[in-house]
Design a protein around this ligand. Structure first.
Ligand code: FES
Length: 122
């Protein structure tokens, strides 16, 4: 039921872990399934995402979408990263089963929450 890309990002997630010196941290959760996602961003003076990490307590799709979302925002500007949609995350993973679409929404929200945190601290 999962694409090869989802399985790959689930089995070998990229950018796992907390980032030292992160200046944007966002945590979101889904009350229904109880999954939690935390994103760490290190944004430089040119507003470019230099480093990104995640910690996710959740299902396989939550881990795969966190992993893919971190890959998609790495090296992007804050404004570009803000435009990351759950649809883009799903597309990059070659799709998700309907019951797992909300996992990609969580990934989008976690990136946005981390950027909000960065902006509020500026
Ligand atoms: Fe809720 Fe995956 S089942 S985030």
């Amino acid at each position: 039921m999962y694409s090869e890309k989802v399985m790959d990002h689930f089995m070998n997630p990229r950018n796992v872990g907390e980032i030292e010196g992160a200046n944007g941290v966002g945590e979101v959760g889904n009350a229904q399934c109880g999954d939690i996602m935390r994103i760490y961003l290190k944004i430089d003076e040119n507003e470019v995402v230099k480093d990104v990490g995640f910690m996710t307590y959740g299902c396989g799709a939550a881990i795969a979408t966190s992993s893919m979302a971190t890959e998609l925002v790495k090296g992007k500007t804050v404004d570009e990263a803000l435009k990351l949609s759950n649809a883009a995350v799903m597309e990059a993973l070659d799709g998700l089963p309907p019951a797992k679409v909300h996992c990609s929404v969580l990934a989008e929200e976690a990136i946005k929450a981390a950027i909000d945190d960065y902006k509020s601290k500026k």
